[in-house]
Design a protein around this ligand. Structure first.
Ligand SMILES: [Zn+2]
Length: 325
């Protein structure tokens, strides 16, 4: 009788393995997004019960993944928020370098939203913040899981889910004022704010494109993988709009990477109606196509892997571009 080992079609298993891993990432990101963008979380407004539930969820996920806590015993980095008695919290976990290093790559995604806002004539008052930025937090959690499973990295990896972004980037500002590893040794901050839910694409762009010297290097890295770099002029209008500005204004390299509308093969698709950010319609809708999330996640993974191997030499050439005017 043939033993079981011989009967398993190993060729087929190895062939299918990447697809199985892919599907897992897609399902995980979707599950996180569905919870964080649900009405139960009240749009994750500052000071709300909903944002506390979101924080608890992220901390529980970090714990399940096996990230290390800050200060030894907590994922919470509490900070004061203007005009509010109660503290807000960044949720921060990290993966320690395999041999001691003070260098780090910092992943950031804000988990706060606009909450509940009552305006005349509105029936739906919950700003669910699905695209902005429940899905980005889902991607952050999935990246943490993938990196943790890959074993100890060459340098430290820090995962920061920020609060207070929508009302002035308070969480990211607090983080750079109280970093887990020295700012001078922070290789780059990779920020996730919005994520590709339009389906498979092959173009990308980077915020910022000015005042930093790493955009060409990333284009050189990703072009051989079949990605096309695009550089719309309006990118420059958002220099101070993301959590990255807290890093960039301190001279720490930082980026946000978005996917464009170029379909695999080169045709440009019409943008889908994904809900509209900063409105009560920022909910998961029927146009959302989850098939593009793994590719977007893969770009962040590839960029992080590259800078873990090449930690020196990139810089912010003009920090003043990212300071509030
Ligand atoms: Zn956002």
């Amino acid at each position: 009788m043939m033993n079981l080992y011989q009967r398993i079609p190993w060729g087929l298993v190895l062939f299918l393995l990447p697809f199985v891993l892919h599907a897992q990432s897609k399902d995980n990101i979707r599950k996180h997004t569905e919870f964080l963008a649900s009405d139960e979380l009240e749009g994750r407004g500052t000071g709300s019960r909903g944002i506390r539930l979101a924080a608890n969820y992220i901390a529980a996920q970090f714990n399940a993944i096996g990230l290390q806590k800050i200060n030894g015993n907590s994922f919470y980095q509490k900070f004061p928020f203007p005009g509010q008695a109660e503290m807000e919290s960044n949720i921060v976990g990290f993966i320690e370098a395999r041999t001691p290093s003070t260098k780090s790559v910092v992943f950031v995604a804000h988990y706060d939203g606009l909450g509940i806002q009552k305006e005349a004539g509105q029936t739906d008052t919950i700003y669910n913040g699905a695209l902005d930025n429940a899905v980005g937090v889902g991607a952050l959690l999935e990246l943490a899981r993938i990196f943790k499973n890959a074993g100890a990295p060459k340098h430290n990896l820090v995962f920061v889910a920020t609060a207070g972004e929508e009302f002035g980037r308070h969480g990211s500002q607090f983080y750079v004022d109280h970093p887990i590893f020295p700012n001078a040794d922070t290789i780059i901050c990779l920020n996730i704010d919005g994520f590709n839910v339009s389906g498979p694409r092959e173009d990308f762009f980077i915020f910022p494109r000015q005042g930093v010297d790493f955009v060409d290097e990333i284009e050189t890295l990703l072009t051989p993988l079949g990605w096309h770099y695009i550089s719309p002029d309006w990118v420059d209008d958002l220099n101070a709009s993301f959590d990255t500005a807290s890093f960039l204004s301190k001279g720490i390299p930082a980026l946000t990477l978005w996917i464009g509308n170029r379909l695999k093969g080169g045709e440009i698709a019409e943008p889908l109606d994904l809900g509209g950010i900063h409105t009560p319609q920022d909910e998961i809708n029927d146009h959302w196509n989850w098939d593009g999330v793994e590719d977007h996640l893969g770009l962040y993974k590839r960029i992080a892997d590259y800078f873990l191997e090449h930690p020196d030499g990139i810089e912010v050439t003009d920090p003043s571009l990212f300071m509030e005017q």
